[in-house]
Every structure is written in structure tokens, then in C-alpha cells.
Design a protein around this ligand. Structure first.
Ligand code: SF4
Length: 238
């Protein structure tokens, strides 16, 4: 996939490359947290992970994948067959239906294989750009885009990689800043830093070397306070 035409300066790209290098040094083991041994398993695990924790998905999927070992087995199932395995995961009823309909579409339209392109993946029920990026990047090593989940969106804003909160716009900014070869890895690295250091409430601000170098909020113990200060400065200027 080509980089989008969002303008970024050489200085912004250099800073992005420095952040990437620092994150790589800190989190050399960062990888997809969802456990799967085939592309269709990763697709199903990713559908299950929407608004749920990866840990809760990893707890449920071994029995699910043992019982339905192939795309054909999922396609022949009913949502009621899937439900007992995923009841511990948010929105299990809708997700059970999405899994069966997705498997049926794979079986019917794609020869039982997970398609290796974004447009085809987006035709599947329960698959939006984020899920498609997870599958393409991690199952096929294809750098089509950057997975923007809640951690990636939060860190990208706090580290001034984007001004946006809309995931599609955040992804465009990240794709413009970082080399395509790093897109899949980048999301794992940002998620790792989000989980280890940059929690939603920013408790560990100011104590971390990556934060001190790349995030203004590191000067404050409370990133929300920085945001409030910036907002009030903006108001005063008006
Ligand atoms: S300084 Fe705080 S807000 Fe910024 S990345 Fe680090 S933990 Fe997150």
C-alpha cells in the first residue's frame, strides 16, 4: 500500500523514526497478543476482540478452534453452536453470528481461504479496517495500514503523531510518518508502551525515558492536566 498524501516534514519523519527505534529497543518482543495458528483463526480471534480484552479472547479460543478446526466447520455451524464457547466475551451473541457469516462467506466466495487484500476482507461481516489490518499484517506479513486501537489512538495523540482522534485520520497520519515496512510492528510497539507505561489515566508520566523524550505530558504528572492547561490557554487567546 502506498503512503497517503498527508504532508509530513522531514523533521516530523525523523522524530517518528527516532521514536520507532526507541520503542524497538524497549519492546523487542512486541507482537500480536491474539493466539492463532491459521489465518482464519486470527480473523475469528480479531472479530472476538472488538471491545474485549485479548486475554479474554485467548481464554475462549482454544476450545473453540479445537471444536471447529477448519473454515468449513465454522461455515457449517450455527450461531447457537458457537455461543457456548464465547459467552465470556462482550457482545458474544452478535459475534457468534458474525463468525458464522464470515466463515460462510470465506467458504462460498473465497475457496475457504482468508483473502489477502483489504477490499475483499472489508466485504466480510464483522470486519472493518482495523481487523483487516491485523489479519493482513500478522497472518500474511502485508503492510497495508496501521492498526489503530484505543492504545494506538491515545499514544499517537499524546506523542503528537496526530491531532486527530478519528481512527481513520490517525491511521493516515501514522502511515505518512512511518516507513511502510514498520506499519504492522508500529502498532504492536505502541500497544506495548500503552500497556506498560501510558495507561489511560497516565499515572506514570514523567518517570519514563521514552515519555520524557517524545511526550510533552511527561513534564506533568497528569496528562489530562496538560490538556486542560492547553485548552484554557486556547480559550484565553480567543
Ligand atoms: S508522558 Fe504520560 S501521556 Fe505521555 S506517553 Fe508517557 S505516560 Fe503517556
Amino acid at each position: 500500500m502506498e503512503r497517503p498524501s498527508v504532508r509530513k516534514t522531514p523533521a516530523q519523519r525523523k522524530r517518528a523514526a527516532q521514536l520507532l527505534a526507541a520503542l524497538r529497543r524497549r519492546y523487542p518482543e512486541a507482537r500480536c497478543a491474539l493466539e492463532a495458528s491459521a489465518p482464519h483463526e486470527l480473523l475469528i480471534a480479531t472479530i472476538l476482540s472488538a471491545q474485549a480484552t485479548d486475554a479474554s479472547v485467548n481464554k475462549a479460543t482454544p476450545a473453540l478452534f479445537r471444536t471447529f478446526p477448519t473454515v468449513a466447520a465454522f461455515a457449517a455451524a450455527t450461531p447457537a453452536d458457537i455461543e457456548p464457547f464465547v459467552r465470556t466475551i462482550n457482545f458474544w451473541r452478535n459475534k457468534s453470528r458474525a463468525i458464522v457469516e464470515t466463515a460462510q462467506a470465506l467458504h462460498r466466495d473465497f475457496g475457504g481461504q482468508v483473502p489477502r487484500n483489504m477490499d475483499a476482507l472489508l466485504t466480510l461481516r464483522g470486519v472493518a479496517r482495523k481487523t483487516a489490518n491485523v489479519v493482513l499484517g500478522n497472518a500474511f506479513d502485508m503492510q497495508e495500514g496501521v492498526v489503530v486501537d484505543t492504545h494506538v489512538a491515545r499514544l499517537s495523540k499524546r506523542m503528537r503523531l496526530t491531532r486527530h482522534t478519528d481512527p481513520v485520520k490517525v491511521e493516515r497520519d501514522l502511515m505518512a510518518l512511518f516507513a511502510p515496512s514498520s506499519w504492522c510492528e508500529l502498532s504492536h510497539l505502541l500497544i506495548a508502551h500503552g500497556r506498560a507505561v501510558c495507561k489511560a489515566r497516565g499515572e506514570t508520566c514523567a518517570q519514563d525515558s521514552i515519555c520524557q523524550r517524545f511526550c510533552r505530558s511527561a513534564r506533568s504528572a497528569d496528562p489530562a492536566a496538560s490538556t486542560r492547561r492547553r485548552t484554557s490557554r486556547t480559550r484565553i487567546r480567543r
